[in-house]
Design a protein around this ligand. Structure first.
Ligand SMILES: NC(=O)c1ccc[n+]([C@@H]2O[C@H](COP(=O)([O-])OP(=O)(O)OC[C@H]3O[C@@H](n4cnc5c(N)ncnc54)[C@H](OP(=O)(O)O)[C@@H]3O)[C@@H](O)[C@H]2O)c1
Length: 411
């Protein structure tokens, strides 16, 4: 029986998970591929750390040694940072290897180049693990996109932010206390900026955009807002209305162009995101035939992430065209701005101006906190004339309870 030889770059949470899964599921993998998969080399940084790997596996800190192996079919990458990862993967492709990556930051920046290079070298790229960990969102999109037209993708793509929001709501803890808890549990890094300021979700959204719509919006045009502005006061106001804060990335095609935003929004009980708690991730895909489907599951962790990478391993070894399928440019046309329906918003802050005619003041939720109805562009215009005002979109149709309608007249 012929053998598929694999190198794993990195032996941390993800790399070790992949190594262990290849051993524990050897029988299943061989049955599917008709070939054995053998890990022949592992790239690490610190040779002093003890690793539980077979003695015949080359454990090295020198990537050149891996490239020189007499047989190398697949390089599975689970290290960190954009460089040297990008350089290593370019070299692996040049050597004729399929590559599989979990590194969303690197892939958001250089995925296009890697896919182009892979095409030229007739190899494949697997990147399921870059978005929503163990949830097979990329595979699902590829399958859907064969016939369906995807119009909108929304996702809770960062487990750390979702955990912090859940803790704040359930335990009435401050943002700082909840972040500390996330760090104690190993969900947040010492520097949590990537997670809580929405960068991580942004990278994942850009990867999804490329798959679903064949292109990305201009990165500078994407509204990216983290969760640091959410206070317990705002959470309480939302709870009164039966709403929960969720940090949501959305990507859609409007007026022929792809638009995306990553920001906190409010969802009601009927929205599947309402029930997504802790470190879980979830993705809603809206498409024309099937309607809305929701995928939910572990967005990170040793074995969920390894699961995504092993599925990619099977794909690349079966030589399916995993990176070209699906990306489709044409899609349903969005409505021009003037025809866009008004939405509901929670608006909070020292609102000084008289009510704007383009804004309907619906209810007063708490001090300085109102529910309004407005088109986004009108609200943005209104907010520009205010200082220290924040606002959050309420996703979908929700039945809002009447709280304090009379008090709205104070505006
Ligand atoms: N953790 C998750 O649940 C998860 C989920 C989805 C995607 N990812 C992505 O997967 C990647 C790996 O994450 P992780 O959590 O497994 O990280 P990790 O636990 O910190 O492990 C990183 C591993 O890479 C090695 N490494 C780092 N830089 C290296 C370099 N320049 N050369 C050689 N080896 C290097 C480290 O070596 P030493 O062991 O010698 O220090 C370590 O084994 C990241 O891009 C992350 O964003 C992670």
């Amino acid at each position: 029986m012929s053998v598929i030889k694999v190198a794993i770059l990195g032996f941390g949470t993800v790399g070790e998970g992949v190594y262990r899964t290849i051993q524990s599921h050897a029988e299943e993998i061989t049955a599917v591929l008709g070939k054995k998969v053998e890990v022949t080399a592992i790239l690490i940084q610190n040779k002093q750390k003890k690793r539980e790997v077979r003695e015949d596996v080359l454990l090295t800190t020198d990537f050149a040694e891996i490239l020189q192996l007499p047989q190398l079919d697949v390089v599975i990458e689970a290290i960190v940072d954009i460089e040297p990862t990008f350089t290593y993967l370019k070299k692996a492709i040049g050597r004729g290897c399929h590559i599989i990556t979990a590194n969303k930051e690197m892939f958001a920046h250089h995925g296009k180049e890697l896919l182009g290079l892979a095409r030229e070298n007739n190899v494949l790229v697997g990147y399921e693990a870059t978005v929503a960990g163990g949830i097979p969102v990329i595979q699902t999109l590829r399958q859907l996109l064969k016939i369906n037209r995807v119009s909108l993708i929304q996702g809770i793509l960062n487990g750390t932010s979702n955990f912090i929001l859940s803790e704040m709501r359930e335990k009435k803890q401050s943002f700082a206390e909840s972040l500390l808890q996330a760090q104690k549990n190993g969900y947040a890094e010492a520097d949590p900026t990537n997670d809580v300021e929405g960068f991580d979700a942004f990278y994942k959204a850009m990867i999804l955009s490329r798959i679903a719509f064949g292109e990305e919006p201009n990165w500078h045009d994407v509204e990216r807002q983290g969760i640091t502005s959410i206070t317990n006061e705002l959470m309480e106001a939302a709870e009164k209305l039966g709403l929960r804060f969720k940090h949501v990335a959305s990507i859609s095609r409007e007026d022929g162009r792809v638009v995306a935003a990553v920001k906190p929004v409010l969802v009601g009980n009927e929205n599947p995101f309402y029930h997504v708690e802790g470190v879980e991730n979830a993705v809603n895909v809206h498409s024309d035939i099937v309607g809305r489907i929701t995928l939910q599951g572990p967005g990170a962790g040793m074995f969920p992430t390894a699961s995504a990478m092993i599925e990619d391993l099977v794909y690349v070894c079966q030589s399916h065209s995993i990176e070209h399928i699906g990306s489709r440019k044409e899609c349903s046309k969005g409505k021009p701005d003037s025809e866009k329906p008004k939405e509901h918003w929670l608006i909070h802050g020292g609102i000084k101006k008289e009510a704007d005619s383009a804004i309907t003041w619906i209810d007063k939720v708490a001090k300085d906190t109102f529910i309004i109805e407005a088109a986004q562009k009108d609200l943005e215009q209104f907010v520009q004339q205010q200082s220290e005002v924040c606002y959050f979109s309420i996703l979908g149709e929700v039945d809002l309870p009447v709280l304090n309608k009379a008090a709205v007249s104070v505006i």
